[in-house]
Write a protein that binds this ligand. Structure first.
Ligand code: ATP
Length: 324
């Protein structure tokens, strides 16, 4: 889109003014058209300074994701081929599911807010506008069903590594949550459709709390949830964090796709596990099993010591509670 091209031109020259003439020559449009797009960008919340002889200068961007900004940060990422950005969506995973016939492999669906965001077992995922990362990666991978079980671990490790690289002391609560200071910072929802032995599509959704203030969380969630801002008392750049997660994911996903290898991702999870060596309760429907987590297996399963007998627990149908 021309508007995005103008934004990209201004943001890549943000220390100086760019003349209207340069923009119109570069994009092959009239100066009046340039002015019209600048007006639209201002209406969207971009602060753009302009002087008749100097041209335009981008002063600040609104607090929304910029698709062009993301694309230019992800030029080297061969996994993400398309980015769809919405202000409001029901759920990014549902959007992918409902559009699975037309979506390309490698599409990132990103929303500022979700009205029906959900976690596992249809539990609601609270997604207040402009505060967090709420997105899904849509893929059509040639993966064996054996390897598909590792996908949640790989995205978990990608998120964990991005945050650890920022010196944020997160941990991973098996099987699908990112924890900080004993509270939930993020969650993952992986869904897929398979025909016989073939994977039709894979949807990797995740929500990460970033710039929510403590007061933003409803009372019931406030006790168990946390954002980076409420923990560290500062705002974070959502785009930078997302780019880092997606680049980590590309790396781990390629290792899985090409060599069926997920050792490095598993090691990150193990080294930063919230559950390892803890007494836990596994809930499966009305059933509950108590035991001690002694290890994580090579397919992302939990190895639980139940009164001296070691059991493998797979994530699909179960929830986990750490005993106090
Ligand atoms: P559990 O963590 O209880 O084992 P789960 O990991 O399966 O369950 P999810 O389905 O991943 O849970 O997440 C849904 C739950 O997370 C909701 O029931 C709610 O309690 C909590 N929640 C909802 N929105 C947020 C949020 N933005 N941040 C943190 N927690 C949230």
């Amino acid at each position: 889109m021309l508007k995005d091209e103008i934004l990209l031109t201004l943001s890549s020259n943000s220390k100086e003014f760019t003349s209207g003439e340069d923009i119109s020559d570069k994009l092959g449009i009239s100066r009046a058209a340039v002015w019209k797009y600048i007006k639209t960008l201002r209406e969207e919340g971009y602060i753009i300074e302009s002087y008749s002889r100097k041209g335009y200068k981008l002063i600040s961007s609104p607090n929304i994701f910029s698709v062009e900004g993301l694309k230019s940060s992800l030029v080297k990422n061969s996994l993400i081929k398309e980015i769809l950005h919405y202000n409001t969506i029901d759920s990014t995973n549902d959007f992918c599911k409902n559009s699975s016939d037309t979506l390309k492999d490698g599409t990132l669906v990103l929303a500022e807010t979700q009205t029906q965001g959900r976690g596992r077992f249809n539990r609601p995922w609270f997604s207040p506008k402009g505060t967090g990362i709420f997105c899904s990666i849509f893929l059509k991978p040639k993966l064996s069903p054996y390897d598909i079980s590792k996908i949640t671990s790989i995205i978990c490790a990608s998120i964990a590594k991005a945050l650890l690289d920022m010196n944020i002391p997160i941990s991973v609560k098996w099987p699908n949550d990112i924890y900080l200071d004993g509270k939930k910072l993020g969650g993952i929802l992986t869904e897929m459709k398979c025909d016989m032995d073939e994977i039709n599509y894979l949807i990797i959704g995740f929500g990460l709390n970033i710039n929510q203030s403590k007061e933003d969380f409803p009372e019931d969630i406030d006790k168990t949830a946390l954002s980076l801002k409420s923990y560290l008392n500062q705002d974070f750049n959502r785009e930078e964090i997302l780019v880092s997660i997606l680049n980590n994911f590309e790396y781990f996903y390629k290792a899985l796709l090409n060599n069926s290898d997920s050792k490095e991702a598993f090691q990150i999870i193990k080294d930063n596990s919230y559950v390892l060596n803890k007494e836990v309760i596994i809930l499966k429907g009305k059933e509950s099993i108590a035991g001690k987590v002694i290890d994580l297996g090579h397919n992302g399963e939990l190895l639980l010591d139940i009164n001296g007998k070691i059991e493998q627990i797979y994530s699909g149908e179960v929830s986990l509670r750490v005993k106090n």
